[in-house]
Design a protein around this ligand. Structure first.
Ligand code: FAD
Length: 386
């Protein structure tokens, strides 16, 4: 089997990083993945391992405790982790691209100094609180409010499905809130809410179909008071700023999805060579070989799509359409490959202890989170002027 990293397509430093993360994923993540999935437990020891390797600081400059890498480096790490355990990969993705990145992109010097070193070191996690019971795809439907009173924001509202919002090391959630109206339109801003603030409650975790070892909670905010200085970025620019964060995040989710899609290929190739039926390995049947060939094709095509989007982003060029395309094709590749891999594994594919069964449950959310498939199509259509 030719592994993509062995083709020489990537510069050496990127390839070395990917190989280091691959090694970590196989040695540290894989052995405990099924157990955390079955018990719905957050993998603190794995997160500490990723923190010790500097993964939470990958795309940030050293002055903020980062590794001085870039967003593509983060994507490569997510691909390798996503092959083995999507819960671990999404914990890193959300911690970096949704937790720390809004502060790096839009924070003032004081906010960066206060929060980034803890977040980039992985000692603390931050969540990204955009979705509400009545504001998902239509994120502008935000109902949470923040009212200025004597130099403090008083925040009231509810958020739902917020990743990394209730772990023992979660210290912050950045929330969107309506801070007024301008020209009859809602003015949405983003505000930093330390999780220790009275009135902030991470309610009991959801019972999810997959991503069982990732931390997801509904949040309630009742008369939460934070200093006026906790406004992140310009007042009224919160929605626009979050959309920029989501554009980037889609490339990261695409990378994670490619990992899942490739993980299904790798597992299937191995199984198809070992499993005997009718006196021969099942992979000798062209029906199985073609299925796996198509899976490999999907994974590779999706990889080129996220590489393309990341290259444009790093070059400072427009990348919105390419990020949506990458997210769309990669999430569908993951779901399609997970379904095919489960079929190739037969009855074993329906047993939770097998990685492909976990990918089957985990992959569905890739077509939903950080913008559903329909939202990606809407964005691509808009970029085409439709
Ligand atoms: C495990 C998990 C983790 C998450 N983590 C976070 C997080 O950290 N932070 C955060 O803010 N959010 C998070 N989310 C929320 C996620 O981003 C939303 O669930 C997602 O954006 C969809 O919103 P919704 O659930 O309200 O669905 P809805 O917006 O209600 O959509 C329902 C269906 O209608 C479709 N639809 C909606 N509008 C249109 C339209 N105009 N045209 C065609 N179809 C349409 C959608 O595509 C979808 O199929 C998470 C969700 C999950 C499940």
């Amino acid at each position: 089997m030719t592994d993509f990293l062995s083709t020489g397509s990537l510069p050496e430093d990127y390839r070395d990083l990917a190989l280091t993360v691959r090694d970590f994923a196989q040695q540290v993540v894989a052995p405990v993945a099924a157990e955390h999935d079955a018990n719905h437990t957050f993998p603190y020891e794995v997160v500490k391992g990723m923190a010790d390797m500097g993964l939470f600081g990958l795309p940030f400059p050293e002055e903020f405790g980062g590794m001085g890498g870039d967003y593509f480096a983060l994507c490569l790490a997510l691909e390798e982790l996503g092959k083995v355990d999507q819960s671990v990969a999404i914990t890193l993705e959300a911690g970096v691209s949704l937790g720390a990145m809004p502060i790096y992109r839009f924070g003032n010097d004081e906010q960066k100094r206060e929060w980034l070193p803890r977040l980039t070191s992985g000692r603390a996690l931050a969540g990204f609180g955009l979705t509400e019971p009545d504001a998902g795809s239509d994120a502008g439907g935000t109902r949470t409010t923040a009212v200025l009173d004597s130099g403090e924001w008083i925040i009231n509202g509810r958020k739902q499905f917020i990743t990394n919002s209730g772990t023992d090391i979660t210290e912050l959630v950045t929330v969107t809130a309506v801070t007024g109206t301008t020209g009859g339109k809602k003015e949405i801003s983003t505000i930093l809410v330390p999780t220790s603030t009275p009135g902030f409650v991470a309610e009991p975790a959801y019972n999810k179909v997959g991503w069982n070892a990732s931390d997801t909670h509904p949040l309630s905010l009742t008369d939460v008071r934070v200093p006026q200085e906790n406004l992140l970025g310009e007042r009224g620019r919160g929605y626009a700023n979050f959309l920029r964060i989501l554009d980037e995040g889609r490339i990261a989710i695409a990378a994670l999805s490619v990992g899942a899609a490739q993980g299904c290929v790798d597992e299937s190739v191995r199984y198809a060579k070992e499993r005997l039926a009718f006196g021969q390995p099942i992979g000798r049947n062209q029906a199985i070989a073609f299925k796996i060939a198509r899976m490999e094709t999907r994974a590779h095509a999706a990889r080129t799509a996220y590489y393309d989007a990341a290259a444009l982003m790093l070059a400072g060029k427009p990348f919105k359409k390419q990020a949506s395309i990458a997210k769309l094709v990669a999430s569908e590749a993951a779901m399609d490959n997970a379904r095919d891999a489960t079929q190739i594994f037969g009855g074993n594919g329906f047993m939770n202890e097998y990685a492909v069964a976990r990918h089957y449950r985990d992959s569905k959310i890739l077509e939903i989170g950080e913008g559903t498939t329909e939202v990606q199509l809407m964005l691509i259509g808009r970029e085409l002027g439709l």
